[in-house]
Design a protein around this ligand. Structure first.
Ligand code: DC
Length: 670
């Protein structure tokens, strides 16, 4: 039932601060292929690490390139003009920037040296047209089979006889990636003569062709062009690695933070590092569109600072052919404008990761917006009152990132709405840490950050339940027991006794802690395993009776309440630390069931233990936790009780997520 993880966003407030963006996807994958086709070693600095670059790296490796990642650099030893293997089956996910150029390069290489290459991807990739490129390559003499449906991947490339007597003709009006693919691959065919490419129809997305030409030039290939209709690759063109190549940050990714500055950079700017006025990416011109809507932008060579100017934003009517990807961001900004905004000449949206015109219209309507759409335009009307909604993201990274910008509606006077972003991890295609970056610059009052509390006795399975619920919701976790345990451990190390309240409180207040996921570090030392030792647990229970110790840990626990939300487990999460939590669960299980679980846990770690003494110890600890005068273990009045003695963890997670959903202001559709 809850197979798809989701991220619930509360209304977000002002933004300020600095974000560093990941490398550009378009540049990263082009550079990877060029490095692979070159002889010798290329070092790429700040290469994007994402789904789409990973499939390209895997493909190059399968073809015989040596790839050595090392921190922020990636060293690639290319295979030059000839892959090490003549047959390969390559899986390219949903990466158009891998599928198209590799198709062209391998089709040509198979003609020159013989070969049998299969290229395939996820189901959506098999719905994305590639017929125009296949036709162009067939016109050149390449033998290509579309093995399932003519005009679509999967493909099989099996050599052929290159005929370069006529120009290669390719359509330019569906996707510029076809021309890019030919430009990147055809230097391979220039040993005997120059190769000409003729574009049929009006070329769309010209800025992406400029990126291709720019990067080819860096690899020693000087393409001559007449307007945008005829390109010549000179005879004897050879890929020559420039050695070290820095990868620019992604200008399309910058669009979300430029929009953020325009919407929420109220008292201070949002600073974006890694891309600026010197960018070779066409999407950098999104800056002009954002300025037209009112953003104040200060550009540096390699950085941008954006703050709010006009408010509400100014409506625009814009031909977006030059910024096809970034233009999606304008569709969401339009919700905050002073009139309807029309984005034109965007037919290419329909053949991207999903049909983006239909997807954007459908999802914005769920929030309450009026949207008109046509084959190649979208018109978005401003919205006064945003509605809570669960928003589908279509396995499309840009849908997820764009839709998150609808969470700033209170800044425009709308009442609060909760937006659920379904499958938020789809941002991994180009920007794996997008939401972390967003939350790092957005402010929100602490008490508006949603909290789910899971209290209960020791070994009831709170930790496991909390971690699973948090994982499904994309929320942070607080294992408050670990703070009492780490205090106990630190006290033991410092020789402080369990009855010395003031010294213990001092230890608790001075803890130097660092958390990495579920790992805990004390003074730089990892103590994750040490914290689970029985002796530490027993001392934790003893020292947790002291009011001064509890007070010393109070603020530390509250500081875990950060966007997008928190799942906190312990004894007094719902009663004392987060009394305003949106959902409180009191988890119990019989002492017998808990003793058995703990027993299994210890045995699996190779620690021997007696079931009876474990049970006696648990009961003693329960009694102490229940009877202490400060913050005793008891259900909050508004807690929902869950006895999981006979339940699997999956059942408990489903039950809690079901309770959570009942308290969300939207109904799930579909
Ligand atoms: O959940 P745990 O077993 O890791 O917790 C260790 C001890 O810390 C437990 O015996 C009682 C104490 N504790 C507490 O008093 N309040 C909390 N919120 C969490 C733990």
């Amino acid at each position: 039932m809850f197979a798809i993880p989701a991220l619930d966003l509360v209304p977000l407030g002002a933004a300020a601060g600095t974000v560093r963006l990941p490398g550009s996807k378009s540049i990263s994958n082009r550079l990877l292929l060029l490095a692979g086709l070159s002889e010798g070693e290329t070092t790429l600095v700040d290469l994007l690490d994402s789904d789409d670059t990973r499939v390209m790296l895997d493909a190059l490796q399968a073809l015989g390139c040596r790839i050595e990642p090392d921190g922020s650099t990636t060293r690639i030893v290319g295979f030059g003009g000839r892959p090490a293997v003549a047959a390969a089956d390559l899986f390219l996910g949903n990466a158009g920037t891998a599928m198209r150029p590799l198709t062209a390069a391998l089709a040509v290489l198979a003609c020159e040296h013989g070969g049998d290459y299969r290229l395939r991807g996820v189901p959506r990739m098999h719905e994305r047209p590639i017929g125009d490129l296949v036709d162009a390559l067939r016109g050149l003499g390449c033998s290509i089979d579309c093995t399932v449906q003519e005009g679509y991947p999967p493909l099989r490339l099996r050599g052929g006889q290159l005929d370069l007597s006529r120009p290669v003709r390719v359509r330019g009006d569906v996707s510029s990636q076809f021309l890019t693919a030919l430009l990147l691959a055809l230097p391979l065919a220039t040993a005997q003569q120059a190769v000409q490419i003729e574009v049929v129809g009006e070329l769309i997305s010209k800025p992406y062709i400029e990126i291709t030409l720019n990067l080819l030039a860096r690899f020693g290939i000087a393409v001559q062009r007449e307007g945008w209709s005829r390109f010549t690759l000179p005879q004897g063109s050879r890929y020559r690695t420039p050695g070290v190549v820095p990868v620019e940050a992604d200008a399309s990714s910058a669009s979300y933070f430029i929009a953020l500055g325009a919407l929420a950079g109220i008292d201070a700017p949002v600073r974006i590092e890694g891309v600026g006025a010197d960018s070779i990416q066409g999407d950098i011109r999104f800056v002009e569109a954002a300025q037209a809507m009112g953003a104040q932008v200060h550009s540096e060579a390699n950085a941008l600072e954006v703050r709010r100017g006009a408010w509400p934003l100014q409506a625009i009517d814009l031909d977006c052919n030059h910024i096809p990807d970034a233009a999606m961001t304008l569709a969401v900004m339009a919700l905050y404008a002073d009139g309807p905004s029309t984005l034109r000449n965007i037919a290419s949206w329909r053949v991207k990761e999903t049909d983006r015109i239909a997807a954007m219209a459908t999802e914005l309507r769920k929030i309450g917006a009026t949207v008109d759409e046509g084959t190649d335009f979208i018109r978005v009307h401003p919205l006064a009152q945003f509605r809570s909604a669960s928003l589908h993201t279509y396995d499309d990274h840009r849908m997820a990132m764009c839709l998150s910008l609808a969470a700033f509606h209170e800044l425009k006077g709308s009442g609060p709405a909760t937006l659920r972003i379904e499958d938020p991890k789809c941002v991994a295609k180009t920007f794996p840490d997008y939401f972390e970056a967003l939350f790092s610059v957005v402010s929100v009052e602490r008490d508006r950050v949603p909290v789910i509390t899971i209290d209960g006795p020791t070994a009831s399975g709170k930790g496991t339940l909390a971690a699973s619920v948090a994982e499904q919701l994309g929320y942070h976790t607080l294992d408050s027991g670990s703070l009492y345990r780490v205090t106990a451990l630190a006290a033991r190390r410092a020789g402080v006794a369990a009855d010395n309240e003031s010294a213990l409180a001092q230890v608790a207040a001075g803890l130097k802690l660092r958390f990495e996921g579920t790992r805990v570090f004390l003074e730089g030392d990892e103590v994750t395993d040490a914290l689970r030792e029985e002796a530490v647990g027993t001392m934790a229970s003893q020292i947790s009776v002291w009011p001064a110790v509890r007070a010393a840990l109070h603020e530390l626990q509250c500081s875990f309440r950060r966007l997008p939300g928190l799942v906190a487990d312990g004894r007094d999460m719902g009663t004392v630390i987060f009394p305003d939590a949106a959902l409180k669960v009191f988890l119990t299980a019989s002492a017998a069931a808990r003793a058995e679980r703990r027993h299994k846990q210890l045995i699996s770690k190779g620690i021997s233990a007696s079931l009876d003494s474990l049970r006696a110890d648990l009961e003693a600890r329960d009694a102490r936790d229940r009877s202490r005068s400060t913050a005793p273990l008891k259900p909050a009045e508004d807690a929902l009780e869950l006895d999981n003695s006979g339940m699997t963890i999956g059942d408990s997670v489903d039950l809690v997520l079901g309770w959570w959903l009942q308290r969300r202001p939207f109904v799930l559709q579909g």
